[in-house]
Structures are given as C-alpha cells and as structure tokens.
Design a protein around this ligand. Structure first.
Ligand SMILES: C[S@@+](CC[C@H](N)C(=O)[O-])C[C@H]1O[C@@H](n2cnc3c(N)ncnc32)[C@H](O)[C@@H]1O
Length: 317
C-alpha cells in the first residue's frame, strides 16, 4: 500500500496518530518523536480533502514514492535525480554539519510549484514529489523560517505570523484589540500589518513596544471589556496564559467588541503536565463549545510555534 510521511509536534504524537487513523491511515511506524510513516490507501484524495479541511495536529505530509538505504549525500543525489525537476526540501539528521541541508537544496533547481520532500532518518531516506499546497504547509516539515529581525520582541511574534500565514489572513488598516499583550510581540506584528492596536495587559511597565498607533491599557482584560464600546474592533487576539476554557470564556465575552464578521485569533493552552495526552481533548472540546456561542471556527491548528497549545481562527457570528 502507498505510504505517507507525517510530521507533528512530539507532545501531540498520539493525537496526530488518532487523527490520521480517523482518516483511514494505518500501519503507523514512528521514525522520530515528530515523524511517522503510515499506509495510505489514497494519498491524493486525502491531500485534496485536507486542503479544504486541514487536520489539527498533523502539520506536514508528503506522499512517499521512493525510499532507500542512506549511503551518503552523493548517493542520495544520484537516486533523487530520477525525479522530475522540483524544489528540494531536505531534512537531514542533526549530526550533519550546519548548513548542509541548505547547501544541498541550493544545488537543486526546479519549478517551485513542485516540491521534492526528502527525510533522512538513521539509516534510511524517504522521498516524494507533490504540489506544495497538498503538503498541508509550504514550509519544510511545516516549520516556518522567518528572517533575522533585530527588533524582535519574542518568539510569540513568529507564532502570530505563522498563524496569519497559515490561515491566509489579509490584514490591512483597521483596529485590533490584543488581550494579554505584554511584552508586545503580537502587538508589534499587528502594527507592522498597518493596524492600530489597543493592547490590554495589567503589567504597568510590561509593554516594550512604543508606536503612535499603539495604546497600552494597563488593566485586566475583564475590566477593559466592561468599559469598551461595542463593535469598535476589526480584529481580536488573545494569547493569555490561561487554561483553554478560561481563554474561551474571556474571548466569548469579548465578542461584542468586534464588529460582526470581525476575526479573532486565540491560543488555547492544553497543559503540559498530563502524561495522558488524550485527556487534553476534553478541555479543548469544552473550550470550543464555549467559543461557538459567539463565533464560527473556520480553522484550528497545532502550529510549529505553538508549544502545548493550539491556535483557533474565529469569526464573530
Ligand atoms: C504569554 S504572555 C503574552 C505574550 C504576548 N502575546 C506577546 O506576544 O508578547 C501572557 C500575558 O497575559 C497577561 N495577562 C494575564 N492575565 C491577564 C488578564 N486577566 N488580563 C489581561 N492580561 C492578562 C500577562 O500579564 C502576560 O503578559
């Protein structure tokens, strides 16, 4: 049976496998904490289905069309030469010298509309050719690489950028409400898209970003929600470090501040202490039910820059 190679975050392994199983994949073979092979009766149909309804926990996939024993980069290049021209996305084990992946990828030339994905693990390699949009993510292994930025506040910025890129949001001018905003990573991203930002966080000296279009309200979100006028915002973000259900309640209560059709983005923290990973699904289900009281939820994804959390894209009903 054809095989597919799946990538996910290590703490979400069992949830990713369950998700794959529910879509007809079987014969799972774990390669590393973040990758597994699975038998896939119809990879093309599954990729098309996931294009429109992506899975939550599986971050990246590619169909395996060739595999072999690892005999060094020279031998691998000869084996891969049998594929038609494509852009190479190569993942080598960590013991390779830094820069080796980029060097080999640079030797490859081909049409960007086709990706040749290659994973090398221990003594074997697996390769497959596909359209980037059918891989669940355009990035190698679903891991975005953002440019070096000397003004970066924190890695939360990459988390928001990854969500915006993944969900295909087009942001322009308008007003954003950023709940739990300090030290200001998300606010900075929203400002750079051109939005005016109201950043709510009770830490009085906690905001490191200053900008003419940024207002910091040093108060708890619950207080701000009681005094803010309805419908004044186009975008709402919430990255507070709260249990998923509390985040959901607060985000639901903030919905009237968004104009109808306004979009929200929240991270739902699922905890990192339970050894029983499946137990995370209960709080997540309850959090989603609370959010649905005020929003549609077009997408829910466990992203590369999410740690023990998932990111939800919401639209105010
Ligand atoms: C994970 S940090 C947010 C990081 C932020 N997204 C960034 O990009 O820099 C969580 C923030 O939520 C704030 N917070 C906690 N409880 C809050 C509340 N009730 N109202 C508003 N902010 C709160 C904390 O002060 C903390 O700064």
């Amino acid at each position: 049976m054809p095989q597919v190679l799946l990538t996910f975050s290590a703490p979400f392994h069992s949830l990713a496998q369950g998700e794959a199983h529910r879509h007809g994949l079987s014969q799972f073979q774990t390669l590393s904490p973040e990758t597994m092979l699975a038998a896939c009766p119809d990879c093309a149909a599954l990729a098309q289905h996931w294009l429109h309804r992506p899975p939550i926990y599986i971050r990246h996939m590619f169909p395996v069309q060739r595999s072999g024993r690892w005999r060094g980069t020279g031998a691998l290049r000869r084996e891969l030469a049998e594929f038609p021209p494509a852009r190479l996305q190569l993942r080598l084990p960590a013991w390779h010298p830094p820069g080796e992946e980029a060097r080999l990828e640079g030797l490859w030339t081909g049409a960007p509309e086709r990706i040749l994905s290659v994973l090398v693990h221990e003594t074997r390699w697996w390769a497959g050719l596909s359209a980037p949009r059918l891989n669940l993510s355009p990035w190698k292994g679903g891991a975005p690489q953002y440019e070096v930025d000397s003004g970066l506040v924190n890695r939360c910025e990459w988390k928001l950028r990854e969500a915006i890129d993944t969900f295909g949001w087009r942001l322009g001018t308008g007003r954003a409400l950023d709940l739990g905003a300090c030290p200001g990573g998300w606010s900075r991203v929203l400002l750079r898209y051109g939005l005016s930002v109201t950043a709510v966080d009770p830490r009085p000296e906690g905001m490191t970003v200053q900008h003419a279009r940024l207002e910091h309200r040093a108060e708890p979100a619950e207080c701000f929600l009681r005094s803010a006028p309805a419908g004044g915002f186009d975008v709402l973000t919430n990255d507070m470090w709260l249990p998923a259900e509390e985040t959901a309640r607060l985000t639901r209560d903030a919905a009237p501040l968004l104009r109808p059709g306004g979009m929200a983005l929240v991270t739902l923290k699922l905890g990192n202490v339970s050894p029983e990973l499946e137990s995370r699904r209960g709080p997540l289900r309850r959090a989603l039910a609370i959010l649905r009281e005020a929003y549609r939820i077009p997408r829910l994804r466990q992203l590369f820059y999410n740690r023990f959390e998932v990111t939800a894209w919401l639209v105010r009903s």
